[in-house]
Design a protein around this ligand. Structure first.
Ligand code: KG4
Ligand code: ZN
Length: 334
């Protein structure tokens, strides 16, 4: 299975041989090109530039992944691509290329939901989680808690009411003057922050429910930052307090979700899953409460082709693929 990811600002390609019992062992190669430098001077992703760069990079990456795996296009049994949600132009680049390749090779093409890709990414690791489990999906566009009863059997337990977790990281970083993309920069800065110098609230944890709301937190940071001396140390202190608030909030909701679903396994996926504090504290909470936390490796937390190849392989193994029309879904519920 060739997997193609072009929903936002990373071009990701991977090749996967399908081993249902140990999907990670079937990963033959993966290649990624990040457009971060291209968008940095604009302070965010410029959709038209993203599409054009996917056009430039996609086929060279496919060739690179094939060469790494020692395969030729004739070896492919299917092509999976992200069909949504994401930027429409960027999605269309991947969808058109994938459909054209599949058509030329006479193999099925499978349009994958980007968040299903994230959700299944931990299956690429050793000791993959068995459903049922609860998944915390936290990326630039989503903050969701999902009950996974089986592959394709998803129930949304909680969603974001405003900013997604990654978006909150990015916007908060921006308002304190950090360069795009802010999330990882803010997390790095937080390592230098002193504990207890600032404290922000844990939004929506004082009432029942599993939804998230992070935009108020951003406002709290803005006020604290504007009223401060705006020194480097203060910026790090605020970053730390912000990260603690957001991580604490996610842990409280994860515990509740595991209880509500009666599950003992928690999967964390999406770009914010790369956050070190989140990973450490969830693992610790798991030891205390008796649940096991599963994370993808860092490179498969953020967007990548491997998770799309995997989701496509699973769907194809269940007999699912689509007709030949090139269709993408910029907004698409899981
Ligand atoms: O999954 P992803 O690569 O793209 C989307 O599907 O959105 O997630 C990107 C998001 C960005 O908002 C980025 O700031 C955030 O993940 N992110 C992080 C970290 N690494 C990436 N947020 C907090 N801590 C990190 N270490
Ligand atoms: Zn993503």
């Amino acid at each position: 299975m060739l997997g193609i990811e072009t929903s936002c600002d990373e071009t990701g390609v991977a090749l996967l041989r399908w081993y249902p019992e140990a999907p990670g062992e079937g990963l033959l190669s993966h290649a990624l090109y990040s457009q971060i430098k291209l968008h940095a001077e604009y302070g965010g992703v410029v959709p038209e530039l993203a599409s054009r760069d996917h056009v430039r990079k996609l086929l060279p990456l496919v060739r690179e992944a094939l060469a790494q795996a020692g395969l030729t296009p004739a070896d492919l049994g299917g092509v999976a691509y992200t069909a949504g949600p994401g930027l429409v132009g960027a999605l269309l680049v991947g969808a058109s290329a994938a459909r054209a390749m599949a058509w030329a090779l006479g193999v099925p093409a499978i349009g994958v939901h980007h968040m299903e890709g994230h959700l299944l990414a931990p299956l690429l690791e050793e000791d993959p989680p068995e459903p049922p489990f609860v998944a915390l999906l936290v990326s630039g566009g989503h903050s969701m808690l999902v009950e996974v009863k089986g592959i394709g059997e998803y129930r949304i337990l909680g969603d974001t009411l405003d900013d997604a977790a990654g978006e909150a990281f990015d916007k908060t970083a921006k308002l304190m003057g950090l360069p795009y993309p802010g999330g990882p920069a803010l997390a790095k800065l937080a390592e230098q922050g002193r504990p207890g110098a600032f404290r922000f609230s844990r939004p929506m944890t004082d009432r029942p429910g599993l939804d998230f709301s992070f935009s108020g937190l951003k406002t709290q940071v803005l006020l604290a930052w504007q009223q401060s001396d705006q020194s480097e140390q203060t910026r790090a202190d605020i970053a730390r307090a912000f990260e603690e608030a957001i991580v604490d909030t996610m842990i409280i909701k994860c515990r509740r979700a595991l209880q509500a679903a009666g599950a003992k396994r928690l999967v964390i996926a999406g770009g914010v899953g790369a956050n070190k504090r989140l990973r450490a504290e969830l693992a610790a909470a798991g030891e205390k409460d008796g649940f096991k936390a599963y994370f993808p490796r860092l490179a498969f937390c953020t967007d990548n082709g491997a998770m799309i190849a995997l989701a496509g392989a699973i769907r194809l193994a269940h007999g699912q693929h689509q007709d030949e029309s090139v269709q993408v879904f910029p907004r698409w519920d899981l």
